[in-house]
Design a binder for this molecule. Structure first.
Ligand code: SF4
Length: 226
């Protein structure tokens, strides 16, 4: 029985075919998010790497509150690599898992200095070698720091992609593959940031704002219980 169910799910999951074109979706999103970008504040790619790592399981707002003080005291990878841990703990105290994150960013700074001569690498393969940087974080860095094509699959993108019928998978790598097939490469960076914001403000987790949503007529999500 369970095997049958599994097979049916697999079959249903083949051939994702949303009821709209890429152009149609992008055009509508662009009216509301002409130039979407991460809501984390940063002034250069080094700062971006650090704030993205700090933002895990914490709001962007909280990170934006602590990061100015952090970068005022430790503005470069060299400075951060040599920072006393106790001072980093003190600065990062308001955010979740501040001890672990303090150790992590110090280690990341050390690797940037020692292995990359102070420059941040710009490939996903290199970025995922850093502690605390997975594929999602690496993609955020590529998209927002280097303007390179990459697809960010965070909790918002995952939820929105499923509701819009862009994927039927739960596994982030499979979702990424579905999105990479549906969207042309030149739209990857745009769609990553746009879907994060769309998910954060419109297609929200608990109560999606379908009544005010500008995709309602093309969205296949079952809205009868809303
Ligand atoms: S209509 Fe509702 S479920 Fe569909 S994308 Fe908009 S907010 Fe999300």
């Amino acid at each position: 029985m369970a095997e049958k169910k599994k097979k049916r799910k697999k079959k249903e999951c083949e051939g994702v075919n949303p009821p709209f074109t890429e152009e149609e979706l992008i055009e509508r999103l662009k009216k509301h998010f002409p130039e979407p970008k991460t809501e984390l504040n940063f002034r250069n790619v080094f700062e971006l790497v650090i704030v993205v790592v700090l933002s895990a399981q914490t709001t962007d707002k909280k990170v934006n509150e602590v990061s100015p003080k952090l970068f005022e005291k430790y503005p470069t990878p060299e400075a951060l690599a040599n920072a006393p841990l106790d001072d980093l703990y003190e600065i990062l105290k308001p955010i979740n898992f501040f001890r672990k994150k303090a150790e992590r960013i110090k280690e990341i700074a050390r690797i940037i200095v020692e292995k990359y001569n102070g420059k941040i690498p710009d490939t996903i393969e290199e970025l995922v070698q850093f502690p605390g940087i997975g594929r999602k974080t690496a993609s955020v860095i590529l998209v927002n720091g280097f303007r390179k094509p990459a697809i960010v699959v965070d909790t918002h993108v995952k939820r929105v992609s499923k509701r819009l019928g862009l994927t039927c998978h739960d596994d982030p790598e499979k979702i990424e593959q579905d999105l990479a097939k549906f969207f042309s490469k030149e739209n990857w960076a745009y769609i990553s940031n746009a879907l994060v914001l769309f998910g954060r403000y419109i297609c929200t987790a608990k109560k999606p704002k379908c009544k005010e949503c500008y995709l309602v007529d093309i969205c296949p999500y079952d809205k009868k219980n809303l």
